[in-house]
Design a protein around this ligand. Sequence first.
Ligand SMILES: [Fe+2]
Length: 158
Amino acid sequence: MNKEKVETVANELNTLLADYHLYYQKLRNFHWNIVGPNFFELHEKFEEMYDDAKVKVDEIAERILTLRHQPTSNFSQYLEMTNLSESPTDLEDAEMVNVLLEDHGKLIVQMNKVLSKVEEAGDNGTDDLIGAYIADLEKTSWMLDAWTMKKKATYHTA
Ligand SMILES: [Fe+2]
């Protein structure tokens, strides 16, 4: 691998690490604060999503270490670096889902920034890891989209 170019990959991964911390905590926020008729399904779905995010947080940090760089490790720094913003605790269920769909878009933009750096660096390991993350997020986005559609259909027939 090209040492200098690898640093640019590690920098973009650190921004992604910051994004994933915000995303993880937002999922916990929504898991705790969801109310209403969709409580059971969304409470559980958000838990499944934050369990997945927790694994990815660790994998991203350890990929940065594998590249012999330092993962950012403090929340004050994550808040300065992230592309995401925190959410209030009193959103409606459909608003929560919309916020997460927007965040998936932002995460995918950052993942594509990582991927734009891997080729020059000769970093196929990061390429594989992040490529798989994009596919995972796209699948979860489809599920959330489908949930939104079901909800609209329910409203129309009510
Ligand atoms: Fe819980």
